[in-house]
Design a protein around this ligand. Structure first.
Ligand code: ZN
Length: 324
């Protein structure tokens, strides 16, 4: 590639300057060009909506419209396909084919797990990949083993008469936990209940009970977002002995548990870990890779070094690839 040519840059989300011009996970949706939303996590949703038409899955459209309080319309554009990203319900990658094939991964996870099918690599010329866990220390333990460890911890606590709260994002991880622990009939915090009603099957929803302090019978399992860890709700139950655990890939770092002020932390993630990122890039066999989000600089240099593929981190306001 000509080093003066930028075909991908950070700006209004990740901008692909090929034909057609696409904006992936844009901050602003306008009336012209093509706007693609990979999934409904807050940091991937637009802040401003001037135009209504977006390309995303039906599930993401439902969640985004609910979260933004605006009705978005889904559109189709020739030459762009959605592919399963395996991250959370409704998450997709975008494949742009205009002779030169480009794949934007959004957040993705290649592991099959708990009712989710993982993302599969696709042969492309240009790969634009997330780099959340893009350094070698982030290699997650096998999912089955980690689920067993979590179940032991939850069941041990409850058998001792101690209630537990699992802290996880309302969209994605929470539905995995509900699937994993549905036999324990968990209580769901309001935000988790809302997200579950938008994305889960009627069967799974029927196994969920909304949390209420008045009706909660101890000992219980509560699934709630990390944002409530210092709330009155938590303080009230902690005085009664409640144990808390955070569920996140960041739990690989031993300091995470202390930062989150929880009793336990379990490294269960809906992202690719470092080895999975590298294997995915290799299998896509691109001629150039762009990395963004998280450890983008480190991942790009590791791709360049160990896979010998031209790789560049995306950096805000970058004018030329010569800036590296
Ligand atoms: Zn996400």
């Amino acid at each position: 590639m000509d080093a003066n040519t930028l075909e991908v840059r950070l700006g209004n989300g990740v901008e692909y300057l090929g034909k057609p011009r696409c904006y992936f996970d844009p901050a602003v949706v306008r009336n012209s060009d093509i706007y693609c939303i990979s999934h409904a996590h807050e940091d991937h949703l637009p802040r401003d909506i001037e135009g209504k038409k977006v390309l995303c899955s039906d599930t993401t459209l439902r969640c985004a419209s609910s979260r933004l309080g605006r009705t978005l319309e889904s559109s189709e554009w020739g030459g762009i396909e959605m592919k399963n990203a395996g991250h959370v319900a409704g998450s997709v990658m975008f494949l742009v084919d205009s002779g030169r094939r480009a794949l934007y991964t959004g957040d993705f996870c290649p592991r099959d797990r708990l009712g989710m099918t993982g993302a599969r690599p696709i042969k492309v010329d240009v790969l634009i990949t997330e780099a959340t866990y893009g350094v070698p220390r982030y290699v997650f333990p096998p999912t089955d083993g980690m689920m067993g460890v979590m179940r032991d911890w939850v069941e041990d606590s409850i058998s001792q008469g101690i209630s537990v709260a699992l802290l996880a994002y309302p969209l994605g991880k929470s539905q995995e936990l509900i699937t994993m622990f549905n036999d324990l009939k968990p209580y769901l915090h309001g935000s988790v209940m809302n997200a579950t009603e938008l994305v889960a099957s009627p069967d799974l929803i029927s196994k969920c009970t909304p949390y209420s302090r008045e009706t909660a019978k101890e000992p219980f399992l509560l699934i709630c977002p990390p944002s409530v860890r210092n709330s009155n709700l938590m303080q009230y139950w902690k005085k009664k002995g409640l144990r808390t655990a955070a569920v996140s890939g960041w739990a690989i770092d031993s300091s995470f548990k202390y930062k989150m002020r929880v009793d336990e932390a379990f490294p269960l993630s809906d992202h690719a870990d470092f080895e999975e990122l590298m294997a995915f890039v290799k299998a896509c066999d691109p001629s150039v890779v762009f990395t963004y989000h998280g450890f983008s600089v480190e991942l790009a240099s590791e791709i360049q070094r160990s896979l010998d593929i031209d790789a560049h981190p995306l950096i805000k306001n970058q004018k030329s690839l010569l800036e590296f």
